[in-house]
Design a protein around this ligand. Structure first.
Ligand code: SAM
Length: 254
């Protein structure tokens, strides 16, 4: 087995991760400041990574052994092989296939905020659904969820994850504009990045029913002022803010 080592976080490298799978990667792992992609054989890749050979038998079992359940109360995010007996609501997500395994701060912030802000029966848009984790969590809380992603390669995995969790979620290729005909939504959750939230601010308003809530994350602390200003300018009222490490989640009401 071969490892292709890339400098950067999974967050920074997110745009090329689907391409690594397209080129034959069997799994990904994030370590301090690095992403490791596991391949059966080395190949010519244009991303500036470094190849290293590792013994065949170990990597998959070691990776599985080291991957821990991720707690985001009231949820716990599990891989299909994890056993869990606690009172948390389980979200079973196949790891390594798309962003959204519960191991990133922003995903956990969004999961915990969903539990605080979503009421059963409400209509939810998960914008930038990735693995489908937030839409699946919304469905488990009794919401009627739509997951949308601009990257079509993540959608089959999101659908498989929803089936694995026994919930009905609609997934759609596209972005905010493509979701508008399915609205208005009672809640929009979006784990994107600050500049995109800034650009989307007026359209978030269009997507939401009066009194609807927006949960925006994927925002670095230092970029939060830009998003606050845009949402305020679009007529939103602040509800709460939550943070973990260098990341924040902003909750607003339309
Ligand atoms: N929702 C998951 C979570 O919270 O863990 C995944 C979030 S991941 C950081 C961002 C996702 O948004 C990626 O799957 C990416 O393809 C998608 N995305 C990026 N820009 C987008 C856009 N303009 N419209 C819709 N999806 C977008």
């Amino acid at each position: 087995m071969w490892i292709y080592r890339l400098k950067g976080t999974a967050w920074e490298l997110d745009p090329i991760l689907p391409e690594l799978f397209d080129r034959g990667a069997r799994g990904l792992e994030e370590r301090e400041g690095e992403v490791l992609a596991y391949f059966p054989a080395p190949l010519d890749l244009p991303y500036g990574g470094v190849w290293e050979e590792v013994p065949d038998e170990d990597w998959l079992s070691a990776w599985r052994r080291d991957l821990k359940p991720a707690l985001a109360p009231p949820f716990v995010v599990l891989a299909p092989w994890h056993l869990w007996e606690g009172p948390e609501i389980p979200l079973v997500i196949e790891p390594g296939m798309a962003f959204g395994t519960g191991h990133h701060e922003t995903t956990r912030l969004a999961l915990m905020a969903l539990a605080r802000h979503l009421r059963p029966g409400e209509k939810v848009l998960d914008l930038g659904t990735g693995s489908g984790i937030l839409a699946i969590a919304a469905a488990k809380l009794g919401g009627e969820a739509l997951g949308v992603d601009i990257d079509p390669s993540v959608l089959p995995q999101a659908e498989a994850n929803a089936r694995q969790n026994g919930v009905a979620v609609r997934f759609l290729e596209g972005s905010l504009t493509d979701a508008l005909p399915y609205g208005p939504f009672d809640l929009v959750v979006a784990n994107l990045f600050a500049e995109l939230h800034q650009a989307f601010a007026p359209r978030y308003r269009e997507a939401l029913a009066p009194g609807g809530r927006l949960l925006a994350t994927g925002i670095l602390q230092e970029k939060a002022p830009m998003v606050r200003e845009a949402l305020w300018g679009a007529g939103f009222t602040p509800l709460e803010e939550a943070g973990e490490g260098e990341w924040v989640l902003l909750a607003y009401r339309r």
